[in-house]
Design a protein around this ligand. Structure first.
Ligand SMILES: CC(C)(COP(=O)(O)OP(=O)(O)OC[C@H]1O[C@@H](n2cnc3c(N)ncnc32)[C@H](O)[C@@H]1OP(=O)(O)O)[C@@H](O)C(=O)NCCC(=O)NCCS
Length: 252
């Protein structure tokens, strides 16, 4: 595979990055995933307060976004096995709490790598992880932790994450495409964060987000969801609790 050509652009000094990256990445996600309240609360502030940790890989000729990447610095002194169950939501919130409290960051946490369909299957995702790790090193952080969203788990919504992550080749590398890239870049699985994202809406909202109808209270398999969505008509509520996998890269 030829080496993809790109330039790395961080959000430093660029006011248009939130809009540009949102326009490029939103169509790449199932609509319900754009309704995580923690993400919606902090996303714009991410580009304002941690611009050096937000970057894109851009086509050097057309300036198109080939990959949009987000991470945050965190102050974490605990062992990695103690990383919380609330994975992604926890990390995003904690970055802002640490900043407010004036804590010195020690590690970096990956939040997202999104590659528009046009630029997929070119091997770009490993380049995105390497660029993210370089940013961590440049900021003197010791490790890159990631609440990884396995990219094929949505095909197996009824399989527990505990079973899913055991699906490895004889070399011990996970079969899941996105976990595989992290593992090849040196990351190890440390834990499952079962409640990494929590997306709650009315039944009507869930019908709108998914284009489905939910005739009664039940657990439904929804395209793009890693586990079933619980629909509760009595309380007019749909709840999706997304499990992710904590993986850790050393930056030394
Ligand atoms: C996950 C994502 C970043 C991976 O990027 P990509 O460009 O698709 O993947 P790459 O070309 O770098 O390939 C990485 C590996 O995954 C495999 N892979 C990628 N898509 C695949 C598919 N549809 N079927 C089978 N394998 C696939 C590749 O073959 C490669 O493995 P290999 O080197 O053993 O052949 C991209 O699919 C994406 O942006 N998805 C939507 C957002 C998302 O889920 N992001 C991750 C969570 S933040």
């Amino acid at each position: 595979m030829p080496e993809p050509k790109y330039i790395i652009i961080t959000a430093e000094g660029r006011d248009d990055m939130v809009e540009r990256t949102s326009a490029a990445t939103s169509p790449e996600w199932p609509e319900f995933m754009l309704n995580d309240p923690v993400a919606n609360k902090y996303w714009a502030a991410l580009y304002r307060d941690f611009p050096q940790f937000q970057f894109v890989l851009a086509d050097p000729e057309t300036d198109e976004i080939m990959a949009s990447c987000n991470s945050v610095p965190l102050a974490w002194e605990g062992g990695f096995e103690a990383l919380p169950n609330e994975g992604w939501d926890w990390a995003l919130k904690k970055a802002f709490e640490d900043l407010k409290a004036g804590k010195t960051p020690t590690i970096q946490c990956a939040l997202s790598v999104t590659i528009p369909k046009k630029f997929r299957k070119m091997g770009l995702s490993a380049h995105a992880i390497r660029a993210m790790k370089e940013i961590g090193r440049a900021n003197k952080l010791k490790s890159l932790i990631a609440p990884v969203r396995p990219s094929f788990k949505h095909k197996y919504p009824n399989t527990t994450m505990t079973s899913y992550i055991k699906w490895c080749g004889s070399d011990g590398i996970p079969k899941d495409p996105w976990m595989k890239v992290h593992a090849r870049e040196g990351a190890e699985i440390v834990n499952i964060c079962y409640q990494s994202m929590r997306i709650v809406g009315t039944v009507e909202q869930w019908e709108e987000w998914t284009g489905m109808r939910f005739p009664g209270s039940d657990k439904y398999i929804v395209p793009g969801a890693l586990v079933p969505v619980k629909i509760d008509w009595d309380n007019n509520q749909g709840t999706y609790i997304e499990p992710n996998v904590w993986m850790v890269h050393q930056l030394g």
